[in-house]
Design a protein around this ligand. Structure first.
Ligand SMILES: C[S@@+](CC[C@H](N)C(=O)[O-])C[C@H]1O[C@@H](n2cnc3c(N)ncnc32)[C@H](O)[C@@H]1O
Length: 240
């Protein structure tokens, strides 16, 4: 009897969707109308945008009953204010190069009754205005994609942390075109972002690091002992 050898066709592993190159935002320092548009967005959608990070930081630093905390790229300050309300022993400094963001954040802290423990100072992630070892906890949310050389921010985090201090950084992950389009459609039709908010979101997706780029920058920085993981398929989290 004749037998026929059947050779199964070689299955090619699906290639990952190509990512476009990283493009920095047209105005990474959010002044004036951008500060207003961003503040309105996080006021309305804080449950989705900020709350997971507040929970994550509270869990990661649950043993820190009192201490100094730095928030890099603090924007309108809603995250440090929420953390200060939860952790009465924390003294928090937010830094942001945008004067309008700092003004909004300072007003929000006063309204929330935490202005004595939450301050906002001018400073960039690449050059933090603090001596080495100043903080027990360094956090940053949705600010890394504003930084052209991410390893500089990681080096600065490592420098201003005291020995044994913790870091928690969360940021957007750059997405393939189809997924960026879905996220923008969700933001437009479900979250009802206006035209300015959509423009800012589109630019921030394009400016974000890919997971591999973030991991590589972390490994060549002084924060190389920290770990990185994906979050909900759209963000990544770096912590130590
Ligand atoms: C998308 S907002 C996020 C604000 C806040 N962390 C939040 O999650 O609500 C990013 C902020 O980073 C600030 N920023 C821009 N360039 C920066 C830099 N080089 N260093 C630190 N912050 C920067 C912007 O002005 C803006 O307020």
């Amino acid at each position: 009897m004749q037998t026929t050898a059947v050779i199964a066709p070689v299955q090619k592993a699906a290639a990952p969707a190509a990512l476009r190159p990283r493009v920095l935002e047209s105005s990474p320092v959010h002044e004036a109308g951008e500060a207003i548009a961003y503040d309105a967005m996080v006021r309305r959608h804080g449950w989705l945008l900020n709350a997971p990070f507040v929970e994550m930081v509270s869990r990661a630093a649950s043993g820190l009953t009192s201490g100094r905390v730095l928030d890099i790229g603090s924007g309108p300050g809603r995250i440090p204010i929420a953390l200060a309300l939860r952790h009465p022993g924390w003294e928090i400094v937010g830094t942001d190069p945008a004067a309008d963001m700092r003004a909004a954040a300072t007003a929000h802290a006063a309204a929330a009754g935490v202005a004595d423990r939450v301050r906002f100072l001018s400073g960039t992630a690449e050059r933090l205005p603090f001596p080495a070892g100043s903080f027990d906890l360094v956090i940053s949310h949705f600010a890394l994609h504003h930084v052209a050389r991410p390893e500089r921010m990681f080096d600065e985090c490592a420098r201003v942390l005291r020995g044994g201090g913790k870091v928690v950084i969360k940021d957007l992950c750059r997405q393939p075109g189809w997924k960026a389009a879905l996220l923008l459609a969700f933001s437009r039709h479900v979250l009802r972002y206006d035209a300015e908010q959509l423009r800012m979101y589109r630019e921030s997706i394009d400016a974000a690091l890919s997971f591999a780029e973030a991991r590589a920058a972390l490994k060549r920085s002084k924060l190389c002992m920290a770990t990185i993981r994906g979050f909900r398929g759209v963000d990544f989290v770096i912590d130590s």
